[in-house]
Design a binder for this molecule. Sequence first.
Ligand code: GAP
Length: 429
Amino acid sequence: MVDMETLVSLCKRRGFVFQSSEIYGGINGFWDFGPVGCELKRRVKDNWWRTMVQWREDVVGLDTSIIAHPQTWVASGHVEAFSDPMVDCKKCKKRFRLDEITTKVCPECGGELTDPKKFNLMFQTHVGATQDAESIAYLRPETCQSIFTEFKNVQTVSRLKIPFGIAQIGKAFRNEITPRNFIFRSREFEQMELEFFCHPKESKKWYEYWVQSRYDWFLSIGVRKENLRLRPHAKDELAHYASGCTDVEFQMPFGWSELEGIADRGNFDLSQHAKFSGKDLDYYNEETKERFIPAVVETSVGVDRTCLALMIDAYHEEEVKGEKRVVMRFHPSIAPYQAAVFPLSGKLREPAVKLEKELRKYFTADYDEAGSIGKRYRRHDEIGTPYCITYDFQSEEDHAVTVRNRDTMQQDRVAVDQLVRYLSDKFVG
Ligand code: GAP
């Protein structure tokens, strides 16, 4: 398995991920996705959205604001309880999460530690011109709370009947005490969350359904089975309102780690928001004349963590003719670029660009004319482009191009007018 240092260096060199604000010395816990990384991220999000919303009749989407009414976070319990106990070193002033240290003295310098203090992980800001206790607001630490507060609006306009879900992709912020492991634990990240509302009697059934279906999704985007596992939470790990929770975990270089949590949350969230807002968040079933607060099954996955898992899983080194070849073996459905077009010589730019433009209508495509063909292959192997297409002098005569397969390195000669069909078949198959 690739070590983190090698991966972080590849990410920088090839434009997957940069340290945020690098020219100012960086800012801990924040990352920028470069031209290749943002394509990967976008494809992961598109894939999730297609699976969870576009292909389903029982789920609709939502895109809510990052800052919500501060009462939201009182009702959800975050103002009171979204905190980690932490200790400070009296000597070197470093701060640690209590659950992450095993010694009673500072793990850095051996100094004396303070008593544990609660540290709320929500970022605070002020809304409006005055900065006082009244104007405090929070950057959301998870995207799901606005799904609950918009439940009634969405249900009314979409006229969906229970069971149904509301999905959202968006940024979340947590002032993590110890951001670490590259993009695994950062202070700004993206979540893809689904809240699935059902009759309380059916929540166990839906919980089991979603655990399986989320596990299958990771396999469908190419995560290797041996690196993926489901870990049901023990009773003492569960939040008091939850009756079940399972993590989808991935084997990272630093151990098995959570990518996604699936939880049967009962009706806790809707009940809390009904209580704090004084608004009715019940659901009325016209057929059975039953009125009840729906139960919720949640699926919550981090985009950044998924990208990290995909990159670790895809990383592959091999020796070809005495030289090291690094290949990112991304599944074609999430590869940042699906195809790249190379003119053999600068003289062939015009027809090669024309071909690239045509391919861009159907695929994510790149164009590269810098350096030898070998160098261009190496670059595209390292960003995981499944098919590289070379337009050569012969192409002018036979109207065909050479298509090179990233994994097998085999080359096919394909007629230009058959190329879209040829590639489409590869991506489907
Ligand atoms: N609404 C439930 C919720 O937010 P969570 O387990 O705290 O649950 C869900 O977060 C997912 O969000 C995690 O499984 C992880 O993928 C991602 N996530 C959470 N904190 C993160 C962080 N600091 N950096 C990157 N991703 C994070």
